[in-house]
Design a protein around this ligand. Structure first.
Ligand SMILES: [Cu+2]
Length: 157
């Protein structure tokens, strides 16, 4: 049996639809697949988004939203302060809204070597086993504000 051109067109259209619909779904399930392995129910999870001018922003922020957020908050750089209790398992979900950033929290031996590329999520976790005030920073030179791209982790006893 000969397949008519119209049928072939329809098949190609269907194939295209499957790809267009399936791709985002595939990416989402990929994200989900990796997520549970790296966390546990008791973990304290924080999302940090890096921005070359704005520094670390608490939460997941898209590049297009950074400027309006910045204008709303006034200050160009307002470093995030994260509070946890001693003994808690802490997970940072690290994102970038623009260029490749890095992450280091020396006091807990957290040090990224591969960087945080835009569009990807890098998970780091550690046990907050000592109380105090600690500084985390960006360890990939990302622009003029790289030196002040920092945040504070407070571990309460
Ligand atoms: Cu950076």
């Amino acid at each position: 049996m000969r397949i008519s051109e119209k049928t072939l067109d329809l098949l190609l259209l269907l194939l295209l639809l499957v790809i267009v619909v399936g791709l985002p779904y595939g990416i989402l399930s990929y994200d989900r697949y990796f997520w549970p392995q790296n966390t546990s129910a008791e973990a304290k999870v924080f999302t940090l988004t890096g921005h070359a001018q704005r520094g670390w922003i608490l939460g997941e922020v898209q590049a297009r939203d950074v400027v309006s957020l910045w204008q709303k908050n006034g200050h160009p750089i307002e470093n995030p302060v994260i509070k946890v209790s001693r003994g808690e398992l802490v997970v940072f979900k690290l994102r970038s809204s623009d260029v490749t950033h890095g992450f280091s929290l020396k006091d807990f031996e957290v040090y990224l070597t591969d960087g945080i590329e835009p569009g990807k999520t890098v998970l780091v976790s550690f046990r907050a086993d000592k109380a105090g005030t600690f500084t985390f920073s960006c360890n990939a030179i990302c622009g003029d504000n790289h030196q002040i791209m920092q945040g504070t982790l407070i571990v309460q006893a």
